[in-house]
Design a binder for this molecule. Structure first.
Ligand SMILES: Cc1cc2nc3c(=O)[nH]c(=O)nc-3n(C[C@H](O)[C@H](O)[C@H](O)COP(=O)(O)OP(=O)(O)OC[C@H]3O[C@@H](n4cnc5c(N)ncnc54)[C@H](O)[C@@H]3O)c2cc1C
Length: 370
């Protein structure tokens, strides 16, 4: 039976960011992932690395987002230079367009509330006028309905597939072991310490265990004495043909990839584990896009897809350590792309050295025990 210091179950962005960070600290570590056709939010997301507008009512989450978005440029540069794979990370700021006066009012009130919540820390977000937006987007025409947009310099975007590939390559270059097709069916904790994992390809042992298996966490976490409540949330995305550069910045719901495709998104649907697309929802996404940029109507749609987010009950991340079986940990989150840079630092310190960063303490399971 193979045995590792640490096994990470799940090869999505959360598992790989953690494993890559731990491999940099010289741990002997393996990542076990499922085969193709698994649910993988990391391969079906929108690719925004996003700060603005999130975390109203939860200042700790705003701090976590700030930590990650502030670290992303350094993280991406190091990853590109060491792996030789460019994750296409760009941080020139991002916009949230307001179509119609009511939307503009709602956005101003929302950002104002975040500003008040941030107090002396300040909140990095400003509003652009219609004239400023016209200049920014010219020659692309904005519909008359676009009133304003909030702008945040911390926002950016990345190609999630190159990000995954780069982290996986770097992890393996650092001596990590990546095992695809190793669905974990059971976990057997040992009373003397350590764990045995029953996988589709045989048994694997480890001293410490990190569950980062997205929608698979709840079932596996029960084996290590943790009850991790999650819900799937479907998001659908439209991809257009490649075109000349049209968008100077990524936006909530609009982003142009480095290759020229335009991504339009995204829905938030409570449909269980159904990751199929529907014409009704993609039609709504397309119509909303045209309400902001009528000229997009001339672009051909080349594909649509749907992915399932792993959401906790309050939509914030969960970082949990098992009291019953020391050495076992579980993580789930939405906005895992945005949080990648923070995860690559904070999770290794927690699992390897027992250093619980304030975020690990803030987003434990205790908050669900009422
Ligand atoms: C439509 C959509 C848009 C999004 N847009 C953004 C965005 O713009 N910005 C952002 O920051 N976030 C975005 N997200 C969220 C982001 O994609 C997720 O937070 C992130 O991918 C979660 O990563 P993960 O590694 O936890 O989960 P996953 O990517 O789901 O990875 C979990 C992995 O665990 C494996 N696994 C599961 N069970 C087992 C098992 N028993 N044994 C072995 N392996 C197992 C799976 O095969 C999978 O590879 C979006 C998500 C969706 C769906």
């Amino acid at each position: 039976m193979k045995h590792y210091d640490i096994v990470v179950v799940g090869g999505g962005v959360v598992g790989l960011a953690s494993a890559y960070g731990m491999a940099k600290r010289h741990a002997q570590i393996a990542v076990l992932d499922e085969a193709d056709m698994a649910f993988r939010a990391s391969c079906s997301n929108f690719g925004l690395v996003w700060f603005q507008g999130k975390g109203l009512g939860n200042p700790a989450y705003v701090h976590l987002l700030a930590l990650s978005t502030n670290s992303w440029a350094h993280f991406a540069r190091e990853l590109r230079e060491t792996s030789g794979i460019d994750p296409h990370y760009h941080q020139q700021g991002g916009l949230s367009l307001c179509v119609g006066e009511a939307a503009a009012e709602r956005r101003r009130a929302h950002i104002e509330a975040l500003r008040k919540q941030s107090g002396a820390d300040g909140y990095r977000c400003e509003f652009l006028t219609r004239g400023e937006l016209e200049q920014l987007f010219a020659p692309l025409r904005l519909s008359d309905e676009v009133r304003t947009a909030s702008y945040c310099e911390a926002d950016g975007h990345v190609n999630p597939l190159y990000l995954l590939l780069a982290m996986q390559k770097r992890f393996v270059d650092l001596g990590g072991h990546y095992h695809g097709g190793h669905t974990v069916r059971d976990i057997i904790p040992h009373s003397g310490g350590g764990f045995v994992l029953n996988t589709d390809r045989g048994y694997i042992g480890c001293d410490r265990l990190l569950l980062a298996a997205g929608l698979g966490v709840t079932e596996l976490a029960r084996k290590i004495g943790l009850e991790v409540p999650i819900r799937p949330e479907r998001g659908q995305i439209i991809v257009t043909q490649r075109t000349k550069p049209l968008f100077p910045l990524p936006m909530n719901g609009f982003r142009q990839t480095q290759e020229g495709s335009i991504l339009l998104g995204y829905s938030k649907e409570d449909v269980g584990l159904d990751d199929t697309t529907s014409v009704a929802v993609t039609a709504r996404i397309a119509n909303n896009a045209l309400k902001a940029f009528p000229q997009l109507a001339s672009l051909r749609v080349v594909r649509t897809w749907a992915g399932l987010r792993t959401q906790s009950l309050d939509s914030y991340p969960i970082y949990a350590a098992s009291r019953e079986w020391p050495g076992a940990y579980a993580v789930i989150c939405h906005s895992g792309i945005t949080l990648t840079a923070a995860h690559a630092e904070v999770i290794p310190e927690w699992v390897l050295n027992g250093n619980t960063h304030e975020f690990i303490r803030e987003f434990g399971l205790e908050r669900f025990r009422v």
